[in-house]
Write a protein of this length. Structure first.
Length: 597
């Protein structure tokens, strides 16, 4: 084989008149009666190649006549300018073509099951089954190159800021907190299992105890949990831990790193400091702990102003200790009929909402299903005043427990923002969420669980106060949110045995359970452990947003489906009995029902 001179998509004026070698895949072929044209594609783009009998030996001309899509070829020839009326303005190389004088067919191809085109309308499972073909498409390659840029920018920034890249184990110990672990049996210890790490949390804390001071790792993590568009069973974290720094120091490092990433990945200069809001403010005004601040459609609390209402739904919610809140969709009342407004109930139903009230604002007051309850001036003003209602607006109301109201209206807010294009999709809006609750009560388990993880330090180190009112305790925790997605979370950690033991006690661990699960960490605390804290950012989710993709599968080379399956390799799969026997395992297989459902 001849040595490639340049990528197809990078040919330019400086190569005109020179003999060059291109290699790649045939995108398409056209026969114009004795002259054959192909579009040759590689990772950088497309170049037009011309074959004719004047320049090629007969056997090579015949080979050119048999070229088909996805054949891999090597072509040599002179790069020339196209005639002015033949220039293709749709591609960067549209002014040039290669007049081939040599053709080598490196590999033939069957008709591919999916088209290798920029835009593709193909079932996702088929794309994943033939992912090696899907990745030939330029948008997919561009996503992987963007991911590479993000990773290299992160590494460069952290290296320049005195961080040290340290690897942590991929086979570790299963712990009871957090999501489900993926378990790995070992033949050497019958009946015992490793766990794949959900994060390197404890190891990075131990590295701080070892004096590393500034650690980072771009690390693979694993969680056996339900999947969705921004979640995979295996994912990649940008993991950072530091010693002797406070919350604002870690946030400043993270913020500067993200600004570098945005500059390199999107060419944008973010000069202003990222805004910050408390968890309480986020839930109150946006109904979400990951608010999308690109648009100003906030939840309006009407609980106090409508206390005297005759409307049973509002009245009942308030009497039961709940809330009444609303969204005011300014100037868009005419966009809704009674049916389309009622249909929005389907948006909030999954979040526990039993109904969704609405009213349009006119010069004469409210119209809609609940208008009759607010005809009197005082009743009308109890809503119109706090919501700044004006003719042409439409209001959506939720009356229920604080959780249902927040979850439902928070989701409806995001839905309306997207449906009515209330924000610029190209904008990048970061925000810090601080002052998180330390604990939340798990009704099913009947105990408190850590809001982030059991190693997060409380803001108040008064153990008596913590035990007296655990629900009121705040954490030294912070999340970074981008365009409505949580892309990272961190905290200042507990660094003394005494406080960690108290935390485990609050979470319902017996001393024996705490020692069995985390004894090695507790022991490390006995040998002079520094105050420390850090943050972990989701690389996949960050790249997804920067790429403008709706799903993280579009920025991962070989992802799983929403069911956690890899259609290409057919993983997960069964294994033979010999392997199971070696691991001292037996599997009880479920019988497949013969009845057709």
């Amino acid at each position: 084989m001849a040595k490639r001179t340049v990528y197809c998509g990078l040919i330019g004026e400086e190569l005109v008149g020179q003999e060059i070698v291109l290699k790649g895949w045939v995108q398409r072929r056209r026969d114009l009666g004795g002259v054959i044209f192909i579009d040759l594609r590689d990772r950088e783009g497309i170049a037009q190649v011309v074959f004719n009998a004047e320049n090629l030996p007969a056997e090579q001309m015949e080979a050119a006549d048999h070229l088909r899509s996805e054949f891999v070829v090597e072509v040599k020839g002179e790069l020339v300018l196209r005639d002015e009326d033949q220039v293709n303005p749709k591609i960067p190389t549209g002014r040039y073509e290669l007049m081939a004088n040599n053709l080598v067919v490196l590999a033939k191809s069957q008709t591919p099951p999916i088209y290798v085109e920029d835009e593709i309308d193909t079932d996702e499972e088929l794309r994943l089954r033939y992912r090696y073909l899907d990745l030939r498409r330029k948008p997919m390659f561009d996503n992987l190159r963007l991911r590479h840029t993000v990773v290299q920018t992160v590494r460069q920034y952290l290296n320049d800021t005195n961080f040290i890249d340290v690897e942590t184990p991929s086979l570790t110990k299963s712990t009871p907190e957090g999501a489900r672990d993926f378990l790995v049996p070992t033949r050497r210890e019958a009946g015992k299992f490793y766990a794949l790490p959900q994060s390197p949390q404890i190891f990075k804390q131990l590295l701080m105890g070892a004096g590393i001071d500034r650690y980072y790792q771009i690390v693979r993590c694993f969680r056996d949990e339900d999947l969705r568009g921004d979640r995979q069973p295996e994912f990649t974290q940008i993991d950072i831990e530091t010693s002797f720094l406070e919350e604002e120091d870690i946030q400043a490092i993270t913020e500067e790193m993200l600004k570098h990433v945005v500059k390199e990945a999107r060419g944008l200069d973010l000069t202003e400091a990222f805004p910050s809001m408390t968890y309480e403010q986020a839930m109150s005004e946006y109904g979400s702990d990951k608010p999308d601040i690109r648009f100003d459609l906030k939840l309006i609390d009407l609980t106090d102003s409508v206390k005297g209402t005759d409307f049973g739904v509002f009245k009942g919610a308030i009497e039961n200790g709940g809330q009444v809140k609303a969204l005011n969709l300014k100037g868009l009342a005419d966009e809704y009929t009674r049916k389309t407004a009622d249909d929005l109930l389907n948006v909030v139903k999954p979040y526990g909402a039993k109904g969704l009230a609405w009213a349009k604002v006119t010069e004469d007051g409210f119209t809609g299903p609940i208008a009759k309850f607010f005809k009197e001036e005082a009743a009308y003003n109890s809503i119109a005043g706090p919501s700044q209602a004006e003719p042409g607006d439409i209001l959506f109301f939720m009356a229920d427990s604080a959780k249902v109201v927040a979850d439902s209206l928070g989701e409806l807010r995001n839905y309306l923002g997207k449906a009515h294009q209330l924000y610029n999709p190209e904008e990048l809006a970061f925000v810090w969420i601080t002052d998180w609750p330390l604990l939340e009560f798990d009704e099913e388990a009947g105990r408190y669980v850590a809001m982030h993880h059991p190693f997060t330090s409380p803001q108040n180190n008064d153990v008596a106060a913590l035990k007296a009112e655990p629900a009121e305790a705040l954490a030294r925790a912070y999340d970074i949110v981008l365009n409505g997605y949580e892309i990272g979370g961190g905290s200042i950690r507990i660094h003394t045995r005494e406080m960690q033991e108290e935390m485990f006690d609050l979470l319902g661990f017996t001393p024996q359970q705490a020692e069995e699960q985390f004894g090695f960490l507790m022991s490390a605390f006995d040998y002079g452990f520094p105050p420390h804290g850090g943050i972990a950012l989701g690389l996949d989710r960050l790249v997804m947003i920067l790429a403008g993709e709706p799903n993280i599968r579009e920025v991962i080379a070989f992802p799983k489906t929403g069911r956690g399956i890899d259609p290409m390799t057919e993983a997960p799969s069964t294994v033979d009995r010999a392997q199971l026997k070696e691991l001292n395992l037996t599997v009880r297989r479920l019988r497949e029902s013969k009845e057709k459902k």
